[in-house]
Design a protein around this ligand. Structure first.
Ligand SMILES: *Cc1c(COP(=O)(O)O)cnc(C)c1O
Length: 359
């Protein structure tokens, strides 16, 4: 029996996607082989990657003038790849510190240039998105970095800073494909696949073309966006199977009605869970108001003992991986695209039951 998996990543995939992957495991189409076994230089595979790129462009409405790159190395490699490629005019970039991932991006960039913190929410364990004062922005920064959805702390941006032309770079690892995005407002978007796109091992970069081609001299060939842009993500072997699964996920999203429908579903799920937590006397969400993430919902009882008991009993009830990140404690339910409404309902019922039994 399949469980409801609330893991922050790798995370659940839609059952339809897994079934189709299973159906096509031994033979993809009439190719006589699994996608996993295909040469990335074959005609069959070229057709797969071309369709995945076209579908991603369609689903996210990626405008002309942007390249889509299918890379490896996780979002964490982007923490270095972005500065190596972009921090090359003034050698400076602005950062908003909204959690551990944003901080890692900042720290890594500090190795290659002058990284400047314009705001931080560290004072309250990153439980909110800080107000941004544009007078603190560097008008000559090479880019302005944000982590759009903060996987660990459960916050999200709702509006973008007005950077007056400085390209915004966004880590969207835990929210990509969860709602419509106006790609034209960004210089670069990056995301590891294992939250909302497919299996770990694939990293998607969407980059404005004018930002490609001025990497630092020391940049390894594999870390230069130009290498991958010039070769259709085929300079070396791309993560072929992960890209194929992303294609199945995109088919699923298109079949559901696209990103606006995805967003409606995600809002409905998040509202259900937050209202259950807000009504509870035992449990509370650690983030309040408009900064609440639609994807990652941290919550606590206030008692470490009860938290531990909850996590353990939830697991027995088929609700797995609800333990919170060690830096927040308590619980965290990640409710990405593939988590069905019924999964959130089951979690809410379990929360109420647990409260009644342990009050
Ligand atoms: C998961 C995550 C990362 C790290 O991704 P890797 O693929 O493990 O490198 C970075 N940023 C955010 C926002 C994440 O959710």
């Amino acid at each position: 029996m399949r469980v409801y998996n609330f893991s922050a990543g790798p995370a659940m995939l839609p059952e339809e996607v897994l079934k189709r992957a299973a159906d096509e495991m031994l033979e993809y189409g009439s190719s006589g082989q699994s996608v996993m076994e295909m040469s990335h230089r074959s005609k069959e595979y070229q057709a797969i990657i071309d369709k995945v790129e076209a579908d991603l462009r369609e689903v996210m409405s990626i405008p002309e003038g942007y390249k889509v790159l299918f890379l490896q190395g996780g979002a964490s490699s982007q923490f270095a790849m972005v500065p190596m490629n972009l921090m090359t005019r003034s050698g400076r970039a602005d950062f908003v510190i909204t959690g551990q991932w944003a901080n890692k991006a900042y720290q890594e960039a500090s190795r290659y240039g002058k990284a400047n913190i314009v705001a931080s929410s560290k004072d309250k364990t990153f439980s909110y998105i800080p107000e941004l004062d544009s007078s603190k922005f560097d008008p000559e920064a090479d880019y302005f970095h944000i982590c759009y959805n903060n996987t660990i702390y459960g916050t999200r941006f709702n509006e973008l800073p007005d950077t007056k032309g400085v390209p915004i770079v966004a880590d969207m690892s835990s929210c990509i494909l969860s709602e419509p995005v106006d790609v034209s407002q960004y210089g670069l978007i990056y995301a590891g696949a294992q939250k909302n796109m497919g299996p770990a091992g694939l990293t998607v970069v969407i980059i404005r073309e004018d930002l490609i081609g001025s990497a630092m001299e020391l940049t390894p060939t594999m870390f230069n966006y130009k290498t991958h842009a010039d070769n259709g993500s085929m300079y070396n072997t791309p993560p072929t199977y992960g890209i194929y699964i992303l294609g199945l996920v995109l088919d699923w999203i298109k079949g559901m009605g696209g990103l606006s429908v995805m967003k409606e579903r995600n809002v409905r799920k998040a509202e259900l869970l937050y209202s259950c937590l807000d009504e509870s006397r035992m449990f509370s969400a650690t983030v309040s108001g408009k900064d609440r993430s639609l994807m990652n919902v941290p919550f606590v009882t206030g008692s470490e003992e009860l938290d531990a008991k909850f996590v353990q009993e939830a697991k027995k009830a088929g609700l797995i991986n609800v333990k919170g990140h060690r830096s927040v404690g308590g619980m965290r339910a990640s409710i990405y695209n593939a988590m069905p409404y019924e999964g959130v309902q089951a979690l809410c019922e379990f929360i109420r039951k647990f409260e009644a039994e342990n009050a």
